[in-house]
Write a protein that binds this ligand. Structure first.
Ligand SMILES: C[S@@+](CC[C@H](N)C(=O)[O-])C[C@H]1O[C@@H](n2cnc3c(N)ncnc32)[C@H](O)[C@@H]1O
Length: 593
């Protein structure tokens, strides 16, 4: 079992992802709040501090647009085979402002690029009517039916809310009962979600439900092992930066200074920890489900149970698995697609899950339909395009605009350069789509490989996604040790302290990703919201949990804030511009200069 997770686990290409992006491409508010009692102390220093998860995760509001802007600040220009300047979105250390020096080349050649890309988007030209059918908004009755099914679905906690479609801002969520402050309004199951590629280095979680798996020893050992290899790069989320608070509290103990150097472990310790050779004291108080490897043989996906493994396989992974049992058309192309997404924007991996799940759903519908036909030969069959429309329904309810149309213009891009900027985004999506097409193409679902469709899927994530955050058991573990009475604490710390020191200040990193939630994504924004995305101590998977911030009466709209509502008016409005609207809530109207 030596190094089993690492050796058979994530491919090194994934470890080597140079971006190490911590900002999530999620569009809505992500809140991780845990009881202050258990979260207010740094296990390294023992000092009382503001809960790190609250400070670091409360209102983490990055979105694709902002992330991409950041990326584009460090653009590297290089010549493509078209002879045009193309921008690599890998972030550079000393980033320069967008546009880069060679931008004028791009502008001059823009028309050529448009023509060239349109020629390449043959599917869009060939299947105009099918694509238009996929992009035609479903009727209000169809939307009602779909959302009703989601509300009634057994794997959601969803009592006393309803979705209306004809509100001031389109769809909105309303209370169908009265709610008290702090009451749970909704637990939403994601449609598609993903752990950020860079975060896979720090946390091993179930690829389907995002629960931490293995054991506390495996989580710590794996991270330290990767750190030793020089590939761990924790930079945020749950990392603990206690500098100012430590000062305030006047603790001058030996471990109270901020940003401690990591103290390397003796050789072989990390591996032993990871492989069960070393057992940490009291770790059995924090049991985790065993890590079940993907049966497809990719060595990339692990699960908390066979059920999660099978569900993911059926939902999308069978086409996206790079292992021997993969149902992809070309595993080589799939590896290239994944590499491109890791090098540019991992939102493409989420888009691939959306495409894959639609294809697989279509195939299932087709099988069910053929069986029905065999049993009732006299009943006329449903044409295949209708089955594809049915498979596509979850997306059709959520999408609004194409990625390159809805992405907000970066602050440092002149409006005269806007067209070029949007073309750049479109080109990036086009490259990704070609790789995906080579990997998992299905002739009967050809229209799903249109650039228009791909753009709408990513645009849907841009405008609707919620940051996915799951707290790490590693933090609970070290806090538990810190809480032990004397002499148990001293004895335990003799063993745990070297590991804590090797992990450094960011000893605990939560699982971070992005996900689309069908019901939560219908919630509109207010700068004085009555609800909030919130994760309690017991919420240890990727579900979205929404709670009431104040009493809500029957009939009232349930709103959340997409941005930190405590920011000044101008900053809120600037951030909300990314979602394509100017907020006119009572707070904004009052504060408007
Ligand atoms: C997550 S969706 C919310 C559901 C949306 N109303 C719908 O019909 O699907 C976010 C989008 O809703 C609209 N929206 C949400 N809150 C708004 C507000 N306070 N004012 C104007 N538009 C809003 C914007 O178009 C925004 O991009």
């Amino acid at each position: 079992m030596r190094n089993s997770i690492v050796e058979e686990g994530l491919p090194m290409s994934m470890y080597m992802n140079p971006r190490f992006k911590r900002g999530s491409p999620a569009a809505l508010v992500n809140v991780k709040e845990l009881p202050v009692s258990s979260r207010s102390r740094n296990a390294r220093t023992g000092n009382m501090n503001p809960p790190p998860l609250i400070r670091t995760l409360d209102m983490k509001v990055d979105n694709l647009g902002r992330e991409l802007r950041e990326d584009l600040k460090g653009v590297e220009s290089k010549k493509t085979n078209l002879g045009l300047t193309r921008y690599n979105t890998k972030r550079k250390r000393n980033s320069t402002a967008w546009p880069p020096f060679a931008f004028s080349n791009l502008r001059v050649s823009l028309s050529t690029l448009c023509v060239s890309m349109d020629c390449d988007c043959t599917i869009d030209a060939e299947l105009r009517s099918e694509i238009s059918a996929l992009l035609t908004p479903p009727s209000p009755a169809q939307v009602d039916k779909y959302l009703d099914e989601q509300i009634k679905s057994s794997n959601r906690h969803c009592y006393g809310i309803k979705i209306k479609q004809n509100g001031e801002f389109g769809k909105g969520v309303y209370a169908d009962l009265g709610f008290k402050e702090g009451e749970l309004l909704l637990k939403d199951q994601m449609l598609v979600g993903l752990q950020h590629s860079s975060n896979k280095i720090d946390c091993l979680v179930c690829s389907f439900c995002f629960r931490f798996i293995g054991s506390v020893e495996l989580q710590i050992g794996r991270r330290l092992y990767l750190q030793e290899l020089g590939v761990s790069a924790s930079q945020g989320c749950c990392q603990t930066d206690y500098s100012s608070e430590d000062d305030d509290l006047g603790d001058s103990g030996p471990s109270s200074s901020s940003c401690k150097e990591k103290v390397p472990l003796p050789k072989g310790f990390a591996e032993s920890l990871m492989n069960g050779g070393i057992k940490l004291p009291y770790s059995d108080k924090f049991p985790l489900p065993p890590a079940v490897p993907c049966h497809g043989g990719c060595g990339e996906a692990y699960y908390c149970s066979k059920l999660c493994a099978e569900s993911d396989w059926d939902l999308s992974h069978s086409l996206l698995c790079t292992g021997e049992k993969s149902e992809a058309v070309s595993r080589e192309a799939l590896v290239q697609f994944i590499q491109h997404a890791n090098d540019t924007n991992d939102i493409f991996l989420l888009a691939a899950k959306a495409v894959s799940s639609s294809i697989l759903k279509y195939r299932k519908l087709k099988v069910a339909h053929s069986e029905e036909q065999e049993n009732k030969p006299n009943v006329s069959g449903i044409p295949y395009p209708s089955l594809l429309l049915e498979a596509w329904k979850p997306m059709s309810v959520g999408h609004k605009r194409r990625w390159w149309d809805c992405i907000a213009l970066p602050f440092d891009v002149e409006s005269s350069d806007e067209v070029a900027f949007r073309m750049q985004i479109r080109e990036l999506a086009f490259t990704s789509l070609q790789l995906l097409k080579a990997a998992i193409f299905d002739e009967e679902c050809k229209s799903l490989f249109s650039l228009n469709i791909y753009g709408h899927i990513i645009g849907m994530f841009e405008l609707n996604n919620l940051d996915l955050v799951v707290a790490s058991p590693v933090e609970d573990y070290f806090l538990y040790i810190d809480d032990l009475p004397y002499p148990e604490k001293k004895e335990a710390e003799e063993i745990t302290r070297p590991f804590l020191d090797a992990l450094g200040d960011d000893y605990s990193v939560c699982c971070q990703g992005t996900a689309f939630y069908p019901l939560q994504s219908c919630m509109n924004h207010s700068c004085s919201p009555n609800a909030k995305a919130f994760k309690g101590e017991e919420d240890r998977d990727g579900q979205a949990t929404i709670i009431a911030l104040k009493p809500i009466s029957k009939g009232e709209e349930i709103t959340i804030s997409y941005v930190d509502e405590d920011l000044p008016f101008e900053e809120r409005q600037a951030l909300l511009a990314d979602y394509g609207f100017k907020c006119r809530c009572p707070k904004c109207l009052e504060e408007e200069p």
